[in-house]
Design a protein around this ligand. Sequence first.
Ligand SMILES: CC(=O)SCCNC(=O)CCNC(=O)[C@H](O)C(C)(C)COP(=O)(O)OP(=O)(O)OC[C@H]1O[C@@H](n2cnc3c(N)ncnc32)[C@H](O)[C@@H]1OP(=O)(O)O
Ligand SMILES: N[C@@H](CCO)C(=O)O
Length: 363
Amino acid sequence: MVTSVDTVTKKTVAVGPVALECGETLQDVHIAVETVGKLSVDRDNVVLVCHALTGDAHAVGDERDPGWWDGLIGPGRYIDTNRYFVVTTNVLGGCNGSTGPSSINPATGRPYGSSFPPVTIRDMVHVQYRTLQKMGIDRVHTIVGGSMGGMQVLEWGILYPEAVENLIPIATTAALSPMAIAYNDIGRQAIMSDPDWQGGDYYPGPGPKKGLAIARMVGMVTYRTDTLFHQRFQRRLQTNVPEWSRDATFQVESYLRYQGEKLVNRFDANSYLCLLKAMDTHDVGRGRGGMAAALSKIRSRALIIGIEEDRLFQIEEQRTLYRELREQGKDAQLWELRSPYGHDAFLIEYEKMGPVIREFLEG
Ligand SMILES: CC(=O)SCCNC(=O)CCNC(=O)[C@H](O)C(C)(C)COP(=O)(O)OP(=O)(O)OC[C@H]1O[C@@H](n2cnc3c(N)ncnc32)[C@H](O)[C@@H]1OP(=O)(O)O
Ligand SMILES: N[C@@H](CCO)C(=O)O
């Protein structure tokens, strides 16, 4: 029996030392967690939400402090917190309460900075698993996430097949494409060539604000579509001067610059670099004999959601995932969403995705 509880609980879970894929060990790892709803007596109603690149544990909020998936998750919503106990963790390597490059290295008493080791999506998932165990949770009803979150969803199905019943990977891929790696590197180079990056050891300084802003601008272009930019901005100017003037700024330029500044105010550049690298390393087949062999480990039902207009994680990548799971006889569904938002539709088109997710959860 689950009673109605819609308040968000925030905590930090001490996970202890974590041995990483790269061979290094991080001591004293802490993970920021938010939960909404109530854990059932049988502990069988856990929905784990995995966030994307610049997300955090705050998936569900309220009017004063909105969460990034409020449209999807909440009391009476598509993922109903009157029924499910929703857990979101900030990833390892992040900058919103979990151990990451800006955290204090217990060995030196100073921020890790450049000494923070590379982490992979698999490392993130192992840490999530241990975080849940510390919370007394051994099994998960559903794991859902988009983009980098979707990579974690897939790795969960492979690494802990007995611990998860349902997987909902959205706008993601079995292996990051060369084109996505290319975009990541433009962002990386923008950050690392900013003199304020200082080799990664810029704390307590402001860090490479300009470089991070440019990285976000590049990212935003890949998250949206030509159609949306036409609809929103056309060729309109933001400034009241002729187009040929040095001071002229198109609306789309103004928008991207604003988005860059907005990210700088809420995100750490070293974490951004760390998470880009984690995505670059994402390939479920790595060290497992290829994608098919890796996916064969999955025991869960799967609802794969793809966005036809996604230029970053192209729809064919989700179709490939679906086909491979089906050929192996797995219980997999594919649902293709159409949206002018492109990749970012997974954070915006709740009303389209929600009913499909609810139906899958009830199935
Ligand atoms: C609730 C949260 O998002 S908390 C943040 C936690 N992290 C995450 O959610 C993960 C990632 N989130 C995101 O990527 C984004 O927030 C999304 C995809 C969810 C939504 O994107 P948004 O930036 O909110 O939407 P959108 O692309 O419409 O941009 C709107 C902003 O651009 C501004 N803008 C629009 N046109 C212009 C322009 N011509 N010039 C300058 N600014 C402009 C708007 O004023 C608005 O500003 P605001 O965010 O301060 O209100
Ligand atoms: N808008 C998303 C895109 C990455 O999937 C984010 O900022 O995390």
